[in-house]
Design a protein around this ligand. Sequence first.
Ligand code: S3P
Length: 448
Amino acid sequence: MSGSADTQHTQAQAQQAWTAGTGTSLRGSLRVPGDKSVSHRAVMLGALAEGVTRVTGFLEGEDTRATARVFERLGVRIETPSASERIVHGVGLHGLRGIAEPLDCGNAGTGMRLLAGALAGQAFDSVLIGDASLSKRPMRRITEPLAAMGAHIDTDAGGLPPLRIRGGRALQGIEYTLPVASAQVKSALLLAGLYAQGDTVVHEPHPTRDYTERMLAAFAWPIEFSPGYARLSGGHVLRAADVAVPADFSSAAFFLVAASVVPGSELLLEAVGMNPRRTGLLSALRLMGADIVEENPRAEGGEPVADLRVRYAPLQGVEVPEALVPDMIDEFPALFVAAAVARGRTVIRGAAELRVKESDRIASMATGLRALGATIEETPDGAIIDGGALHGGEIDSHGDHRIAMSFAIAAQLASGEVRIGDVANVATSFPGFEALAAQAGMRVDAAR
Ligand code: S3P
């Protein structure tokens, strides 16, 4: 159905490119956009709650807008008083209205996987589709445990989207140990658990971001949780609560690396979300010798935030501790760049999940860095990177926002110009990246 539209979309996106090269040192202070994970969840819980939820600091990105659009299509009124605000008029757990047409999650794995959990408990059928990248991402990790709860979800061959979700199923709580640490899988099960008889209990092999648990508690749903564990039962009421979204650590990450590696830099990143399940990159960069100071630590909207002052410091290659991997899973593309320009060898292991993100991030980074002259060997679950000098070249970001932004940073240290193709998806998580990067001193321009 969407074949030709998708092809056109992909062609249009592939045409957008950047040229990037040596700018000045990074200076001043800036605030990156709102957290993607928190923004998705705020719209979802707001929609399923009784009452009105006001979301401030909302990420005005393609991914989170796709989630909001899905709920609008299911009958939820969502107002946009300003770009970073949403007012969600909740319809209650059973107030959504099904539609026959597919619901488009765009590029967002979080959107699709969490929605699948919530929609598995509805009285109506629904179909979730996504763009070319999302259509290649594994969904068995959610369909199998949801099926064990009594859900009925068909996929395409290989467990790939679209997800065809049958409504009217009586769900039963389960106790489930995740085979891979994944906040998306955990959250899908917890959202299905809202509709299930009895207890839904999730154990994780390593703790992952706990925004769903925290937000459910803030929306007055009884829930027990601690790192690596969550338990709730069905049959309660979600009560609307306002959500203040912190700035996204994953977006700040590009600037943490850029200011660490470009000589003479000193940059202040304001009000960055510091949930410990997100800040593994800080630990990794500090092991490498980075100079990053947390100033004015405080709580905003129930989440820890801090201003991060980052100054240039020569980096040294390290063996990245495997225990940090889940806490920095989205930051590896940026870390690959730090490693490629550090002194000595960096070894990354235990990060096979990178192969099933918006692109195969190990392959995308290894191919791209090699095109700029770096020495990097791919392994099944990571890479071995020997730091050195970079030259100019052509990069394909494979439509992956974080790959595109990482190479914009690499370009600041390359001896020649770097052309980065297929960058339109940067708008999924970081609309306005080029302008903020330019404001800080980087050179990133739309290519002609
Ligand atoms: C997310 C969880 C992570 C992360 C993604 C956002 C979330 O995915 O990579 O960007 O909001 O729950 P996994 O659950 O697949 O690790």
